[in-house]
Design a protein around this ligand. Structure first.
Ligand SMILES: *[C@@H]1O[C@H](CO)[C@@H](O)[C@H](O)[C@H]1NC(C)=O
Ligand SMILES: *[C@@H]1O[C@H](CO)[C@@H](O)[C@H](O)[C@H]1NC(C)=O
Ligand SMILES: *[C@@H]1O[C@H](CO)[C@@H](O)[C@H](O)[C@H]1NC(C)=O
Ligand SMILES: *[C@@H]1O[C@H](CO)[C@@H](O)[C@H](O)[C@H]1NC(C)=O
Ligand SMILES: *[C@@H]1O[C@H](CO)[C@@H](O)[C@H](O)[C@H]1NC(C)=O
Ligand SMILES: *[C@@H]1O[C@H](CO)[C@@H](O)[C@H](O)[C@H]1NC(C)=O
Length: 769
């Protein structure tokens, strides 16, 4: 059944191959599910396929082979010519052949991001979460900072201590792979597995002429990202965690007694598909329960079976592993990635803590900027716009951005400079403070045109201000004979603004691949997050970062607790619990706002809403889905039976499984992107609360749409009883673009809420297509 979105899929596929993976000579040959073959047999078959395209040469076949995937799914990675790619694509058993694309960590410029761990919300009263010690959380990331460095400057990271932890679960099949500054005894009862993958990275980067490309040929973290994300999800309690005295206090991960397994696939410049797939393959075999990926493709992502993360997570989900992933930091509509319905995709929002620096102008005005700079200025200091201090051939416009060598040090010396920043430029804000310092400047006020609200550890007294405050400062300078300003040291401010707010950088819906599935799914803290850090990267043991990378492990930690308390729940049941208990209201029960301009948000910003860790363990009802449901979903969006049989390893027929439309997937949110007059979707809920319970439907109508729910009362008499209902959408008034509402099932003790997202066909939304 071809759907209207299919041509769009093809177009994305072509785009991603041309646009992002240009020049790659390494390919993934994906061959679907592993069905009972012996891993060695799979290896031999892979070599035979390779030999057959190398004119029978076993040596050439071996030389071109990079990885074999043989545990969670089938396939291999190899260096191939275009001609070999086209030969292999036609072979029986091959689902897809796709180039080895590079992925990015979802912290944008890693140094430019900061925040705070919201430790207050991690308590779970009334539940026994001791079973955490039997849950293994896998991180596909940059590795793990585990113990001290030879220089002994940084003590052992207390976030990964195994004090008081019982022996490793007997079912664990992972290993602690030795490597540089890492041996098999570097693991402990907390960090129970560590592997690293660099074959894909090396072959691509060496082709680009980059030598000396990896730091630590082992699972040791060289960039800090992996330590940060894993300590947010599952770090031990640390009594005195702080960043240079800011944000002081105790902090811990969401599931501090869970086990951590690190799969280091990301190196200094990113992560490659073939390495990511090898990590998924091992993680599935090792026996992880939850996988956390704070990385992904840049939008637009490739279709589900030409995208390594979608492929890997499909097989992980089929093996009962929940995959939690970040939505990305691209910020604009339809930029969300990691779009597959079998993943839990996370947007980023603020907490109620900000890091601010006061800026005192000599005219008596006090202004507030964002900063993590602990150095302040003692005296009022002359302030000047950077456009006035242009050097050499640089225009005032160019120097206003404080680009490298654009500043005249004769004019800049001893002054505070007002610089501009355009996010699209990809310039580093930290870098600008260095440019100003090198030009002799003693302070910097940075006008962030997109107002992203991110505190940065600048090297001189500095603060980031929004456009409006920036205009105020520039006009003060213009109107004043000797303008003076003073920048105060950064401080922590609690409860200053409505919170949470969705971060400006957080990637937004709609889903560019399958608009019937709402993405992102939920939002969690991702702005200015304090957590463990690699001393190799920044000479800091803890650091403050921002990004959907930081939001993702907050959800991973909570998902781990749900798994600990409800070990039999499927990945989609855990995901449903997190989604249906999330809230679209902020702490003051007003609608969640979105940075930078504070407009009211919608489901494309935050999915089902802000995760609520106090309710996830008792959601009342769950929307469950299993691999067979995903087959029906894939049939409905145009995948043919033959490739689905290979992907799933089942004798799948589409007519048996197929959904009427992709909107019918039993998903915890409901999206109808193309409503003509009237349409019905069905859902099935499973009772996981009190055996005898009664739920009534309440609907908040999307603008211009009538919604009826049949039946509108569900009477459950037993635990795990399933009930089906139908939601009918009818166009009631002409509407443009997407309209948002929600469906809430309410019993005496539970509320099970799903966002409703509807667009009337042929209305021009201006968002997509
Ligand atoms: C493993 O590393 C630790 C510290 O990094 C060191 O003390 C120990 O001797 C090493 N063990 C082996 C077998 O190399
Ligand atoms: C501005 O800040 C300074 C230093 O903190 C303080 O002394 C002064 O009263 C403030 N002025 C205003 C108008 O708030
Ligand atoms: C910097 O400014 C001074 C004083 O205005 C001027 O003499 C000098 O040529 C400028 N240097 C550059 C590199 O623009
Ligand atoms: C300063 O004010 C003048 C006159 O109002 C205006 O033309 C000029 O553009 C202003 N310059 C800046 C840097 O704001
Ligand atoms: C799948 O179908 C084929 C042909 O209809 C049959 O030979 C095979 O045994 C089936 N396999 C399974 C696992 O049902
Ligand atoms: C929508 O619902 C309203 C109120 O129940 C009703 O008056 C109206 O006729 C409905 N419109 C359509 C098109 O069904």
């Amino acid at each position: 059944m071809a759907s209207f979105s299919y041509p769009f899929l093809l177009c994305v596929l072509v785009w991603s191959q041309i646009g992002i993976c240009l020049g790659s000579k390494v390919y993934v040959v994906y061959m679907g599910s592993k069905t009972g073959e012996d891993p060695d047999e799979i290896m031999r078959n892979n070599h035979q396929i390779l030999a057959s395209v190398h004119g029978g040469s076993v040596e050439q076949a071996q030389a071109s082979h990079v990885y074999s995937y043989r545990h969670g799914f089938r396939g291999f990675a190899a260096r191939l010519t275009d001609d070999q790619v086209s030969q292999i694509s036609k072979m029986p058993g091959v689902v897809s052949v796709f180039p080895n694309c590079k992925r990015v960590l979802h912290t944008t410029h890693s140094w430019d991001f900061m925040g705070l761990l919201d430790d207050d919300t991690m308590e779970v009263l009334g539940y026994d979460t001791k079973n955490q010690v039997n849950i293994v959380v896998g991180f596909i990331d940059t590795g793990k900072k585990e113990e001290s460095f030879p220089n002994r400057i940084w003590p052992e990271s207390p976030s990964f201590s195994d004090v008081g932890m019982p022996p490793v679960p007997a079912s664990w099949k992972g290993r602690c792979q030795p490597g540089e500054a890492f041996n098999s005894s570097t693991c402990n009862r907390k960090l129970i597995g560590a592997r690293y993958y660099m074959s894909g990275y090396r072959s691509e980067e060496e082709d680009l002429g980059n030598t000396d490309i990896v730091s630590f040929r082992s699972a040791r973290d060289s960039t800090g990202h992996g330590s940060h994300t894993s300590s947010i999800a599952a770090g031990r309690y640390v009594a005195n965690m702080n960043y240079k005295g800011l944000a002081a206090g105790g902090a811990r991960g969401g599931a501090p007694m869970a086990r951590i397994a690190m799969y280091k696939t990301c190196w200094d410049s990113g992560c490659y598909d073939v390495d990511l797939l090898a990590a998924f393959d091992d993680a599935i075999r090792d026996g992880v329960n939850i996988l956390s990926l704070s990385l992904g493709p840049d939008a637009p992502q490739g279709d589900y079976f030409s995208d390594a993360i979608s492929v890997g997570s499909f097989h992980a989900a089929s093996h009962g592993i929940l995959v939690v992933a970040s939505a990305g930091n691209q910020g604009w509509p339809a930029s969300a990635t990691n779009l597959a319905p079998w993943m839990l995709t996370v947007a980023a929002s603020s907490t109620d803590r900000d890091f601010t620096s006061d800026i005192i102008l000599e005219n008596g005005r006090n202004l507030t900027g964002e900063s993590l700079s602990l150095v302040g200025m003692k005296d009022p200091t002359s302030i000047i716009s950077a456009s006035e201090v242009n050097a050499g051939y640089f225009t005032p416009y160019q120097s206003s951005y404080c680009l490298e060598s654009s500043l005249n040090s004769t004019k800049a010396r001893g002054k505070v400079l007002v610089c501009r920043h355009a996010e699209s430029s990809m310039e580093s804000k930290l870098e600008k403070s260095i440019v100003v310092k090198e030009a002799g400047g003693v302070g910097m006020i940075l006008i962030d045109e997109e107002d992203k609200n991110i505190a940065i550890p600048f090297t001189i007294p500095s603060a980031i201000v929004g456009r409006r405050t920036g205009a105020h400062i520039l006009s003060y300078i213009n109107r004043t004979r000797t303008p003076l300003s003073r920048i105060m040291p950064a401080k922590t401010v609690l409860g200053s603004q409505p919170a949470p707010r969705v971060a400006a950088f957080s990637s937004k819906g709609p889903n560019a691949l399958t608009p019937e599935i709402l993405k992102p799914d939920v939002t969690a803290p991702g702005l200015n997050i304090l957590a463990a850090w690699s001393p190799a990267a920044g000479r800091l043991e803890f650091n403050i970062l921002s990004g959907t990378s930081m939001a993702c492990p907050h959800v991973t930690g909570i998902a781990t607790l749900v798994k600990a308390v409800h070990p039999s729940w499927s990945p989609s049941a855990i995901k449903s619990a997190i989604m249906t208990t999330a809230s679209a209201l902020d702490k003051k029960r007003s609608p969640i706002l979105v940075d930078p301009d504070g407009k009211r948000g919608n489901a494309f910003d935050y999915g089902s809403g802000f995760m609520n860790p106090t309710k996830v363990l008792d959601p009342g009802l769950v929307y469950d889905a299993h691999p067979s449901d995903y087959i029906g979903f894939l049939c409905s969006i145009g995948y043919d039976e033959k490739s689905l049989q290979q992907i799933t390893g089942y004798n799948t027929t589409c007519d048996h499984h197929s959904l009427v439309t992709a909107s019918d997937l039993n998903y915890p949110s409901i999206t109808v992107p193309n409503l003509k007059d009237e349409m019905s979707v069905t859902r099935t809920v499973t009772n996981v609360g009190k055996p005898k319970s009664v739920y009534r439907a309440r609907v908040s109508l999307p603008r211009g749409i009538n919604v009826t729910v049949v039946p509108d009362r569900l009477v459950f008499t037993s635990f795990e009883q399933k009930m089906k209902f139908t939601v009918t959408f009818k166009v009631a008034a002409p509407t443009k673009g997407y309209a948002f509402g929600f469906l809430s099932w309410r019993s005496r003790r539970s509320r099970v809420v799903s966002p409703l997202v509807v667009r009337v066909a042929n209305s021009d939304s201006g968002l997509l297509r």
